[in-house]
Ligand binder design. Structure first.
Ligand SMILES: [Zn+2]
Length: 293
């Protein structure tokens, strides 16, 4: 097995410094991660453990924008039980702070209090669990007390009106204290939040899932979220079984990856255990990872 990535990988996009923070490891069922793709195909790329699980990451992106210190997604936080962590193979304890995410923010030279904008691709627990934290008193508080938090309005409605299929991924504790503090901003569609920083709807994993684009100095970086969770999901039909609208994911990927290829975008893979940043290539038949990042 390849060695896990360092906690922090930093790049410059145009004039903006960005830091990919590995906010923890996760292990999920390989079959669920690749949907209709047979194991005989996906196991050529990834080795499953005795429980058929594959190694994954929970990567967040910290952006040193001129107008805000921005954090994209927040990992799974510190509020769940050990039993819950065992089910999803989550290892995200901090060596210094309360989570690996906090350690990463500090390793980049910042504190959680300095983060002023948090964007969630969607509200699943492994993307929004670190929005809040459980204090030693038991109270659940915003992890980034000086930040406003942005998510699509439709995603918030989806998260707060669950059904038997979707309920296991959405926990009110991940947003309730933020909404109560008046710090939750619900946006609709493609919106430029700051100069060069936009949210882009990329539905399918959930109906209002969004990706995030950073443009600076002629360069573009795209935080994909769960539309392409790992480099192994670059081929168009390699779509997670977790997605509620897989054929919508297919069209989101088709559009986004065509643009990424044409614009030579720097891509961030949130759930890849090993590859944080990469670019898309197309060999005439299928998308894959470009050999030179
Ligand atoms: Zn998700």
């Amino acid at each position: 097995m390849t060695a896990p990535l360092p906690l922090l990988e930093s790049r410059t996009v145009g004039r903006v410094r960005v830091h990919a923070i590995q906010a923890g490891g996760q292990q999920l069922d390989g079959g669920a991660m690749f949907g209709v793709v047979p194991k005989t195909l996906w196991e050529r790329r990834l080795t499953a453990d005795a429980k058929n699980r594959i190694p994954m990451g929970m990567r967040c992106l910290l952006i040193e924008h001129d107008d805000a210190l921005v954090l994209l997604d927040t990992g799974s936080g510190n509020k769940e039980t050990q039993k819950f962590h065992d089910i999803y193979g989550i290892e995200n304890a901090g060596a210094h702070g309360r989570t690996a995410l906090e350690d990463g923010i500090r390793a980049a030279g910042f504190t959680p209090e300095q983060v002023t904008l948090v964007v969630n691709t969607h509200l699943h627990f492994d993307h929004a669990g670190g929005n809040t934290w459980r204090a030693p008193t038991g109270e659940v508080l915003p992890s980034f007390p000086n930040a406003r938090y942005v998510v699509q309005k439709g995603e918030f409605e989806w998260a707060t009106h669950t059904n038997e299929r979707t309920a296991a991924s959405y926990f009110e504790a991940n947003w309730a204290s933020i909404a109560a503090a008046g710090r939750l901003d619900l946006v609709e569609g493609e919106v430029e939040l700051l100069a060069g920083l936009s949210v882009r709807p990329s539905p399918g994993h959930t109906p209002y899932h969004q990706s995030v684009l950073l443009r600076s100095g002629g360069e573009t970086c795209c935080f994909l979220g769960d539309v392409v969770p790992t480099q192994h999901h670059l081929p168009l039909p390699w779509i997670m079984g977790y997605d509620v609208e897989p054929l919508v994911t297919l069209e989101s990927k088709r559009a986004l990856l065509a643009e990424a290829l044409g614009g030579d975008w720097l891509l961030v893979f949130e759930h890849d255990a090993h590859v944080g940043f990469g670019r898309a290539a197309h060999d005439g038949k299928s998308y894959g990872l470009a050999s030179a990042p």
